[in-house]
Write a protein that binds this ligand. Sequence first.
Ligand code: IVH
Length: 699
Amino acid sequence: MIRCNKYRGNAIELIILAEDKLTQSKSMQSEEAAKKIKTLTEELRQHNYAYYVEDNPVISDYEFDMKLKELQQLEKEFPQFADVNSPTKRVGGEVTKKFETVKHKYPMLSLSNSYSREELVDFDERVQKLAGKKVEYTCELKYDGVAIGISYKNGRLERAVTRGDGTQGDDITTNVKTIRSIPLTLQGNYPNEFEIRGEIFYPLSVFRKLNEQREEEGEALLANPRNAASGTLKMQDSAVVAERKLDSYLYYVLGENLPYDNHLENVEAAGKWGFKVPKKDKNLIRSCNSIDEIFEFIDYWDEHRSELDFEIDGVVIKVNDYHLQEELGFTAKSPRWAIAYKFKTEQAETKLEKITYQVGRTGAITPVANLQPVLLAGTTVKRASLHNADQIEKLDVREGDVVKVEKGGEIIPKVVGVNLDLRPKDSQPTKYITNCPECNSELQRIEGEAQHYCPNVWGCPPQIKGKMAHFISRKAMDIDGLGEETIEQLYDVGLIKNVADIYELKKEDLLPLERMAEKSAQNLIDGVETSKKVPFQRLLFAIGIRYVGETVAKKLAAHFKNIDAIMQASFEELVAVDEIGDKIAESIINFFSEERNRQLIEELKSYGLQMQMEEQENTIVSTVLEGKTFVVSGVFEHFSRDELKQAIENHGGKNVGSISGKTDFLIAGDKMGPAKKEKAEKLGVNIISEEDFIEMVKN
Ligand code: IVH
């Protein structure tokens, strides 16, 4: 598990450390190993808590990773001593084909909602009347995430179940175990058996990054953090969930032997057992002894909620004392001892004048509601997203309707409903476009995807302009003096038709353009010239292959070293690279199977752009592997495949993609395909383990 990439790729350092640990562990006796596994497990659990729950790390990420690697190694050698809830399990890996449905021990009820202060006053009066005295309440936030019930037995996470229909939900334990703020084993004085409930969510900062990445890779954006969290938790591959940085808050403890007879103290106790619970000192939870104090809490969060890094949609008010809770009891759907006060999502009604359709860089079509301007949360809104054809159908939105618009966590407001009372008599259902609004090509819809696409990649103007805008953008070629507007101008006057034409631009061509003075023209020309030195991995990202974002481009560049190798790579060779899956590999193959794309690369080459990785200096550590050829395959304990390959080169060896009679060694990791092994055996290639390799370079 790597928590920070700072030390990744420093293969030499890792090798030295791993060597040490390896030598140590080999000589270790089983009793000693059992002890060491136990202390490391506990130590890592504590560091995990300090980092993810307390937000107060004690050791560096590097030290943490080293301890974790050590534990992984020991668990591999002595699996009999590995804790089922070991911190090494956080990386996921288990694949759930179908999530099992399980019945909740305690039904997962909902809360009755209130939208006005009067309703809260009524609630308080009802409760006081029954209690016959002043009542203590606990006020906390209403988290807008995915509800979860997690049961613990003897201090160990046993099962995590979604809410489902309230009576039964899905068992998503393997995925929940990867969430770092949820403890796998507990500390302190916890009850033997209990369930804890809370909410799992994407921090807004993580959600935004996820969408930025999707945008870069040309994938449809996720609508909001809650749906995204729910989708992630239902993924089959827990290793993917592990990378996603979901977070949690736990707010409700249930069980027969809880330490206190009230809600607040039990929640605080759960904080001591290792859970991430709302803290009083951040005003995330407070005890209130009057309706005025409840209003104070509500007012505070209505004003400050935008400062939180997660979404809330209100405040929950709970009777604190369990005896009184019991007296108040439940209705069929919700407890009588609690109520949710929902913040008003600022909503506005306005006329939908026209539905237009935007075409993105990848050809994805987004329907847009063009509205009569209306004031919403301090800004004038003229446009709102309608997402896709399904959404239009679901809401039955039509031109001429008066629609309800809301601002959520997203930047663009969205249409959430129609005021049917005001629907014009002659209104007609919306017919989704069948052809591209820009180039008239017939639209396509890939099965399983919500978005329609315009397939005219080479002739559809917004796609061409979008691709060029991506090419020149900051993280790509970062061409000084050339912005999106200029790209548009240059395209409209016919000076550039594709990104290669940018390198043919002359100052004389530019000067006649609007707002183009001598100095800005020179700037642009200089910027284009400088961009020829932009490193290969950024050029690879700039080309705009679908699903090849910044990170994937870096991986590809580091692995294949130059464009020709990538263009010639087979599907198998591509998926053999760290983090390159079927979808990305297919997209790369498709891209380069187009003659026009290959032609474009040749043109860019002819202008002197960087088509290969710069040689790294001072990386040669030894020449012990000189003349030796390696194939690296599978998943390894100490290194990523790329780190191993880097280490091979650092010691003078050579990496090749596939096994042949000339291959000297196959370094075989876990999950290596049987065909590879068979082929290596047939050709007499030495099959070695990661540990053998470490020994080789060590000597
Ligand atoms: S307590 C029996 N506390 O809201 C009552 N729920 O509409 C148990 N929620 O299903 C719920 N924040 O998913 C409680 N601080 C909070 C909450 C909270 C969000 C969710 C929860 C529940 C739904 C009820």
